[in-house]
Design a protein around this ligand. Structure first.
Ligand code: HEC
Ligand code: HEC
Ligand code: HEC
Ligand code: HEC
Ligand code: HEC
Length: 218
């Protein structure tokens, strides 16, 4: 039989096979990295807003409490966003002509609320409730990060089912006394392990049922 391919073809075929396999493995590794990175989960990506509202200025520098603007957070499922009037308690006197605040003035004049872009959201088939987490000693910063360092707000956690379950399986290391949930850069006291053990019973937390599907899908 005449030789169609030179002897070196064997080596080339092997090289091609290895190259294909190598490319496949890198694609899988890269794909996983992309899925876990902020690229798809949105973690760490600041979102452009109609007004460049800064938590860094209003919380970090002015020291405003979260409840000043998110007043539903202790009593209802949603934290809520502030009405234009809340901004105007200060901005009717401060920066009254700033171009940046033109949409705020227009909103007050027309009575149409500002259209803030959502930063955090879960799909409709997921039930989430702020007031329960706040009452049970889960802090804003545990789920939203240090907003006082954010000139524009970004998501700090993936909000995936696996992320929720990670805490619901074992909430203890994430608890703090409920009066401290609004604090940022909180440093746990040295007897925190003992405090957390007590909180589980005082706050009547039941980790054994927290991963049941109906808790979040009802
Ligand atoms: C002066 C008012 C004000 C105060 C005080 C304030 N916020 Fe906000 N917050 C806003 C406004 C306005 C938005 C919408 C624009 C944006 O996303 O940055 C917002 C958005 C957010 C969002 C993103 C909402 C979404 O779409 O998912 C989070 C999380 C948040 N705030 C947390 C906090 C926390 C935690 C505190 C207290 C440490 C706080 N905020 C204090 C006004 C305020
Ligand atoms: C308690 C008073 C107060 C309230 C309420 C308040 N602001 Fe401000 N805001 C300030 C002050 C003071 C500054 C100047 C901060 C600086 O330059 O250090 C400022 C600055 C700003 C700026 C200029 C950019 C920046 O961050 O320096 C924007 C935009 C702004 N505020 C938007 C808003 C919006 C939107 C609301 C309502 C959700 C709001 N503010 C509510 C006091 C307030
Ligand atoms: C256990 C995690 C968790 C904690 C604790 C938490 N949040 Fe949220 N937050 C979320 C999730 C999840 C969403 C998206 C909810 C949705 O899509 O319905 C959200 C949405 C928001 C929003 C957008 C408006 C809304 O109500 O949906 C604001 C504002 C907000 N959170 C502020 C706060 C503040 C302020 C605190 C602390 C007092 C806080 N959150 C504590 C998980 C948390
Ligand atoms: C850092 C911890 C933590 C994270 C993250 C967290 N949770 Fe929770 N969650 C708790 C604790 C603690 C409770 C109180 C459980 C209890 O009282 O037995 C709770 C309670 C709840 C409840 C109320 C259960 C009831 O009593 O009816 C719902 C609903 C819920 N979580 C949904 C979610 C969803 C959805 C997410 C993710 C988007 C999430 N949680 C993320 C800690 C967390
Ligand atoms: C602590 C809250 C929580 C519990 C408990 C929970 N889920 Fe979920 N689930 C979520 C969240 C949040 C999402 C949305 C994830 C996303 O948007 O990426 C989700 C999404 C889903 C989806 C859509 C597909 C997907 O993976 O995104 C299915 C199916 C699902 N859950 C089934 C279940 C089943 C079955 C159970 C019980 C074994 C369960 N879940 C328990 C929070 C929860």
């Amino acid at each position: 039989m005449p030789q169609v391919f030179p002897r070196s073809a064997d080596g080339i075929a092997r090289f091609v096979l290895w190259a294909v396999l190598g490319a496949f493995i890198s694609a899988v590794v890269l794909g996983t990295a992309v899925l876990r990175s902020g690229f798809l989960t949105g973690v760490g990506q600041a979102i452009a807003q109609p007004v460049p509202f800064s938590h860094k200025h209003h919380v970090g520098q002015l020291g405003l409490d979260c409840r000043y603007c998110h007043d539903g957070v202790e009593t209802s499922s949603s934290a809520g966003l502030p009405a234009t009037e809340v901004c105007m308690t200060c901005h009717s006197q401060l920066y009254t002509n700033a171009e940046m605040l033109a949409p705020v003035r227009a909103s007050l004049a027309s009575g149409k609320p500002l259209h803030w872009q959502r930063v955090n959201s879960v799909p409709d088939f997921v039930y989430f409730n702020h007031s329960i987490h706040i009452a049970k000693g889960v802090a804003c910063e545990t789920c939203h990060g240090n907003v006082d360092d954010m000139p524009l707000t970004a998501r700090s956690e993936p909000l995936s089912m696996e992320w929720c379950l990670g805490c619901h399986r074992n909430p203890t290391p994430n608890l703090r006394p409920p009066q401290d949930v609004f604090l940022l850069h909180w440093k746990p006291p040295s007897d925190i392990a003992e405090i957390r053990r007590r909180l589980i019973s005082v706050l009547d937390i039941h980790p054994e049922t927290m991963t049941d599907c109906y808790v979040c899908h009802r």
